[in-house]
Design a protein around this ligand. Sequence first.
Ligand code: M6R
Length: 365
Amino acid sequence: EKGGFEHFMLKEIFEQPSVMHDVMRGRVRLEEGRVCLGGIEDYLDRLKQAKRIVICACGTSWHAGLIGEYLIEEFARIPVEVDYASEFRYRNPIVGKDDVVIVISQSGETADTLAALRTAKEKGALVMGICNVVGSTIARETLCGMYTHAGPEVGVASTKAFTAQVIMLYMLAMALSKGRTISHDEIILNLTELADLPAKADRILNLDGQIRDIAERFKDAKNFLYLGRGYNFPVALEGALKLKEISYIHAEGYPAAEMKHGPIALIDEDMPVIFIATRDSTYAKILSNIEEVRSRKGRVIAIASEGDKEVARLAEHVIYIPQASGPITPLLTVIPLQLLAYHIATLRGCNVDRPRNLAKSVTVE
Ligand code: M6R
């Protein structure tokens, strides 16, 4: 059942290239320059007219939501807010009929996310779901929605469900932009990049051995800092969450520029800092953030784009990933971070599939 892998988590990480194909199958219509999202087709016009989109979720699904915010705002130019479902539900939130509320949940059973969806519905918002489990409560209670088709996820740490959610949000951003905010040519370009994704993800999985070596060197660290900007800021949060939940090492994710406003005080020779430093619009800024950490003797592990020379000059270890444009990168940069967390946890003897104190889906508050 683990398909020859030692743990479900590793199997699910390695399934990602094929999951990426499954999520896009029948939906990405490259020749037509459009995406076809059956589950929301009847509501697409109303979705495009939304004054605002609010995304509610928990944990890893909330991180996917943050990337969704960047994608939808950049391409569709609709204002997006992302909220923890648990905060949204108790805040008497200001939402109404002009708003769209998107709930994201792998299991479709998370208590807080379900309650947020019910609150939004009562207040008259159009509620849409992005779920993995077919027929789950959230999928049934939303007005419209889309399934991620990532297949069953058994490992408590969410991996393939996350990449599937982000691809769904990318496709949604394209559907909301078409005919409004971006040209046909741009859509073709973006969908071509999306279609190229599984092959790139596959190449990253080949780096497993290198990532295991890095894990070996850092497995006894007491703390980790994860830093990224733009599209890779939510990936920093996600990388830190993965490490925390399965290895029990304290880790924090931050937008790299926020480092100066506090976390920089933590940096010394015992602090590994993971930088996501791919070549996109935030690259130059990230390089100077790396320099700041170096000059305080922090130990830098960087995720960089293939062909990059600058990062190697500054970092102790560099994991090179295939080049891609900014909006696509989170789908690639997250993979080495999943593997790093996995190897650190297994090297420390942790039960990665069933970490202590955690349930796969949190159905009580
Ligand atoms: O099933 P959901 O996507 O609603 O679950 C949300 C969180 O409980 C979940 O993502 C949790 O944070 C994972 N253990 C993260 O790996």
